[in-house]
Design a protein around this ligand. Structure first.
Ligand SMILES: [Zn+2]
Ligand SMILES: [Zn+2]
Length: 170
């Protein structure tokens, strides 16, 4: 009995990483207080935080729901669907497209963010970009009578414009 207690005291003086039990450490997470080795610690402006707490923090930032994703996808698909017509509207002034296309992409993303009360999901940027490409290609093939090189260029510009809107950090 006494021996066991002695063991326990000895062990409680040494601390081990919660993820790597073979590594002893004195570093603790500034949020949840768990012990962690240097590999598991993430440096933040307010000290060292464990990976799990960092992830928890990101999850708080990323609050997009499935409905939000759907709204983002729908809005961006419509934005993308407009792009094949851009070429028809501006005719020979293709240079205009290089200014208007990113604005259409950014505008659609902006509108999607307003619709979803600025909630972002971890994958909002990808959803926006994918939907915009799909919308643009579908509308080019089905409505605007084909896809040209410039349609793809405009789509690429619009897509990166939309994607960038969702990338903005805190
Ligand atoms: Zn933690
Ligand atoms: Zn570790």
């Amino acid at each position: 009995m006494d021996e066991n207690m002695g063991d326990a005291t000895l062990k409680s003086e040494m601390h081990f990483c919660a993820v790597h039990p073979q590594r002893d450490t004195e570093l603790r997470c500034n949020r949840c207080d768990r012990y962690m080795c240097i590999d598991c610690a993430k440096r933040t402006p307010v000290g060292y935080t464990c990976r799990e707490c960092v992830r928890g923090h990101e999850n708080k930032f990323y609050q997009g729901t499935l409905v939000d994703y759907a709204l983002v996808a729908a809005t961006c698909a419509i934005g993308g669907a407009l792009l094949p017509f851009l070429q028809l509207v501006i005719g020979g002034f293709l240079i205009v497209g290089f200014i208007v296309a990113p604005a259409v992409g950014g505008g659609a993303a902006q509108f999607a963010l307003a619709l979803t009360q600025r909630r972002r999901g971890r994958y909002s940027g990808y959803v926006a970009a994918g939907a915009m490409l799909a919308g643009g290609i579908a509308s080019g093939l089905l409505l605007a009578g084909g896809l040209g090189l410039f349609t793809f260029l405009f789509l690429a510009l619009a897509t990166s414009g939309a994607y960038a809107r969702f990338k903005v950090s805190i």
